[in-house]
Design a protein around this ligand. Sequence first.
Ligand SMILES: [Zn+2]
Length: 352
Amino acid sequence: MTSTDPTALDAARMTRAQRAALPLSTDVAQALAEQHGVCVRPLAMRRIDTTTGRVEVVPVPCGSTREDQCRPCAEKARRLRMVQCRQGWHLETEPVTDRATPRGDHTALMATRADLLAAYGDCRKAGDEASCEQIAESVADLDTELRARGVRGRLTPLDPPPKPVKRSTRRRQDAPDLPRRPVEHRTLGRVFAGRYRPSTFLTLTLDSYGRVDGDGAAVDPDTYDYRRAARDAIHFPALLDRFWQNTRRCVGWEVQYFGTVEPQQRGAPHFHTAIRGAIPRTELRAITAATYHQVWWPAHDQLLYTDGRLPVWDIRAKGFTDPDTSQPLPTFHQACEELTEPAHVVRFGAQV
Ligand SMILES: [Zn+2]
């Protein structure tokens, strides 16, 4: 009897191309995880039962907010934000959290954090950068959670902070040309006519890099500033952080917002945001114009090493060396110490 099942596959009889077209087992597992709404890249954590001494491996969701990293976790985070928005946007009073005594959820979170910290140390020692990165993200989320639940005070950093780089006043980023008010501990905006507490909508756009056509392509590729466009796009999130910091310092209360970064047709990111509370347009314009972010990176506008001539890894010194002179190359941190000016400064463009 011969098999008539059309779904039965005999890998040995397939061509290479046919085999390559088959789904990978990891892809299947990921699709299954997404179907069931569970984390696609959970972190395996060791939990030791202190009474029995038994070691258990527990999967912890990655908690990513990015769909390209983990769709179920990102979806969960998105839903949480939606609930937070629905419940919190129109609050008329500041939510008060009782912080008198640590609650059970606080201590549980802190215990998880301690476990993650230990796991991070192990991965760091083993040189497992990928896991370190995952753990760091989980810890960042945990910290957000801890802060959100009212836990105050210093949380042990994952890595001991590097020796502070002496920064001249020229490098100070926290002094834009803006009025500055002490930030009050409140999130509510002004009430108008005794009953209205309006919100503010705002779009922030990057500068022009040259004229573009209807499809967003450069009209004159020779003069279009691709380099500045690329750098601005890379550092856009840092510019946004700076914007909110400046906004809070300028208006004097803890401004809350929901926002989304979207690519424009020309490829540049821009930002739409809804702000809880009213901020005058003139003030927002002044903050936008005064906000900038300095990128203190070593110069990266010239290729020093290309395909045929690449730096050589020195196993003993655990560093890269010049292929010709064998001299050790400076690390990123060392190169940063010698900087006298930022490699790039990001600003918003003229807003319309
Ligand atoms: Zn996940």
